[in-house]
Design a binder for this molecule. Structure first.
Ligand SMILES: Nc1nc2c(c(=O)[nH]1)N[C@H]1C(S)=C(S)[C@@H](COP(=O)(O)O)O[C@H]1N2
Ligand SMILES: [Mo]
Length: 498
């Protein structure tokens, strides 16, 4: 038989891929979006990515890191499929081998996801069947002698249309399990004890610092979930077990019907570089972890509060910190937690970086030792103990800004959660350090804003800042990267005065 034309060969590879992904997405719909082979492979890729690369991705692409990953995967898949099609102009085996290999990767990815059951394997199986069937069908059409091109194009359009319907169908089926309706039904979470009102002079937003409370939509987001876990409040429960006197299980109503407390807390991500954006502040509403853990009765020898999310992500918090100041939060800035910030419930422990304290979509708390369990980022080289480091950031002038020479106003934020900020100093170039004006302290677990004025002659200059916390520690000038326990160094901004 004559070989298939090149365009038809490449197209049959690409269309088989589309049909496979769409069929998998459709079957995943009623099971879990995460069973969709494309997303399962993406999630596995995230978990397998070496720590330096992932840290680089978070730092470089920020919240877009996931989009970058998915687009990169799409590009590779398209390329390999087209090449596989081209390699199969005479015989189908090279293409079938590639489809089988992709199918296997999908099956393994779904099988190994911690949040999926065996029934989820139906999705990659559907992909495999659809991929093979489409590939063989299109090849047969391409081989037909009579009106070959027309017949092939019609079949191709059919596959395209079918894939679109299946893809959208899977999306619709999946969205019926969306948790937004459940979140809307929660209504207002009214704290019995509200946080003290934020004084007007707690920020210098008019000068260019962030507002004291970060609106929920602007609150930084960092997690390993490609799709936001959808957990309905009515389906949620929290189990407490391990080194406790009695195992406990709580429903959402069990928690929300208790007297709730509200606390203003600044959260920080360990992946925040000096000068970076992963620091935000909110009023969190929930209950003290000490109350919950007290009911379970923590046994002596328990060192680690090992918390798990529905999506399999885990975190290890020192028991002492969890007992002293940990919170199980249901609400944030007057609303139930947004889905992407952990609805229905998350942990917040002021003073510790998020990866050792802030489990979103939390469903399981195990009291254990450091020896017995290793949390997600610990296994990947990050530190076991990760208190937030004393830091400060310049928000204005912006880097490479051009300002009039003379008195230049600079300002920004500083944080040293659980110790509190005592002082922020700034300097021009290598000049003497000068104290900045500080905003009113809200509490030691939140950031503080600062501003200062410096006489600046015309030319290119640098402004640096450094904070001192209430324990007396001043930020070191030693530059350290984010791995394994948070960046250090002074934030410096270069600008020009004319
Ligand atoms: N389930 C889950 N919880 C998680 C994470 C995650 O990847 N999965 N990331 C943690 C990290 S590294 C940080 S810094 C905070 C960020 O919380 P936010 O996205 O609400 O700001 O959540 C923590 N909780
Ligand atoms: Mo983080």
């Amino acid at each position: 038989m004559a070989p298939i034309s090149r365009p038809a060969a490449a197209l049959s590879g690409v269309l088989a891929l589309l049909a496979a992904l769409a069929a998998g997405h459709l079957v995943a719909g009623p099971i879990s979006v995460n069973a969709s082979p494309y997303l399962a492979v993406g999630n596995s890729a995230i978990d397998l990515t070496p720590v330096e690369l992932k840290d680089f991705a978070v730092r470089t692409f920020g919240t877009h890191d996931k989009l970058v990953l998915l687009s990169g995967m799409a590009l590779v898949l398209l390329l390999v499929s087209a090449l596989a099609g081209l390699a199969s102009r005479r015989r189908p085996w090279p293409g079938l081998a590639v489809i089988a290999a992709f199918g296997l990767v999908g099956l393994v990815a779904v099988y190994t996801r911690p949040d999926l059951d065996a029934v989820a394997l139906l999705a990659p199986l559907a992909s495999l069947v659809a991929g093979v069937a489409t590939f063989l069908l299109l090849r047969r059409r391409a081989h037909r002698e009579d009106a070959s091109r027309r017949s092939f194009l019609l079949a191709g359009l059919g596959v395209l249309a079918g894939s679109a319907v299946a893809g959208v169908g899977g999306q619709l089926l999946g969205s019926t399990r969306d948790a937004s309706a459940s979140r809307a039904a929660v209504g207002r979470l009214v704290p019995a004890r509200t946080a003290p009102a934020i004084p007007a002079d707690a920020d210098f937003a008019k000068l260019g610092t962030p507002p004291f409370l970060t609106p929920n939509r602007d609150f930084y987001r960092v997690d390993t979930a490609l799709t936001v876990p959808q957990v309905r409040a009515e389906d949620w429960s929290l189990r407490i077990h391990g080194m406790v006197e009695r195992e406990k299980r709580y429903s959402y109503d069990d928690i929300r019907n208790r007297p709730l407390v509200e606390r203003t807390i600044t959260m920080t991500c360990v992946s925040n570089e000096v000068g970076g954006p992963y620091v935000s502040t909110a009023d969190f509403v929930g209950i003290e972890l000490a109350d919950l853990l007290g009911e379970a009765g923590v046994r002596p020898g328990a060192e680690q509060l090992f918390s798990s999310s529905v999506d399999g992500w885990t975190s290890g918090t020192p028991v002492a910190a969890a007992l002293e100041r940990g919170m199980l939060a249901l609400g944030m800035n007057g609303e139930p937690l947004p889905l992407e910030h952990g609805f229905p419930a998350r942990l917040v422990v002021p003073g510790l970086y998020g990866y050792v304290s802030a489990t979103k979509w939390v469903t399981d708390l195990e009291l254990t030792t450091w020896q017995a369990r290793q949390a997600y980022w610990l296994k990947r080289g990050w530190a076991e103990q990760a208190p937030i480091k004393t830091e400060s950031r310049i928000d204005f002038p912006r880097g490479f800004a051009s300002v009039p020479a003379g008195i230049v106003r600079c300002g920004g934020i500083a944080w040293a959660q659980h110790r509190g900020i005592a002082k922020v100093e700034v300097r021009l170039d290598n000049g003497p350090w000068q104290p900045a004006n500080l905003s009113t302290q809200v509490n030691v677990d939140t950031w503080r804003m600062w501003w200062a004025e410096l006489p600046v002659p015309a030319g290119t200059h640098q402004i640096s800042c450094r904070a001192t916390d209430q324990s007396g520690y001043t930020q070191t000038s030693d530059r350290a990267g984010t791995v394994p326990d948070g960046a250090t160094g002074w934030h410096t901004v270069t600008f020009s005065a004319k």
